[in-house]
Design a protein around this ligand. Structure first.
Ligand code: HEC
Length: 100
């Protein structure tokens, strides 16, 4: 039973190569996170959302990741520059930096 669920989740994420999502006007970073990111990104026990390598702990890297995605993460290419900045800042502020 568990097995089938895993397959379904895998198919879902593979088909999600880009997202048309665009937030309500004036949405905060936290609201964008809840609507667009929380389905995949759960907080760790200490509350942090991401563990970033030192070289990735900057807005340029994070906003590029969100805008372009990866083979596992959908690209949010409909976000305005303003929303992209808000969600990237929120992600960075809720990240911990790994030693290496
Ligand atoms: C369909 C699932 C999914 C959604 C939705 C999603 N992500 Fe991701 N994200 C992933 C996966 C899987 C990884 C780890 C693999 C990778 O880096 O591609 C990841 C990695 C990341 C990283 C870490 C980058 C790094 O190199 O360490 C950040 C930051 C991130 N996501 C931010 C976001 C934000 C912000 C949103 C919402 C706008 C979002 N993600 C939505 C699946 C998702």
């Amino acid at each position: 039973m568990k097995h089938y669920r895993l397959i379904a989740v895998t198919l879902l994420s593979l088909s999600a190569c880009s997202k048309d999502y665009s937030p309500a006007p004036q949405a905060s970073g936290e609201q964008i996170f809840a609507a667009a990111c929380a389905e995949c990104h759960k907080p760790a026990n200490n509350g942090s959302l991401y563990q970033l390598k030192p070289e990735h702990a900057n807005l340029a890297y994070i906003s590029e990741k969100i805008g372009k995605g990866s083979w596992l993460m959908p690209a949010f290419n409909r976000l305005s520059a303003d929303d992209l900045l808000k969600i990237s800042t929120y992600a960075l502020e809720h990240s911990e930096i790994t030693e290496k």
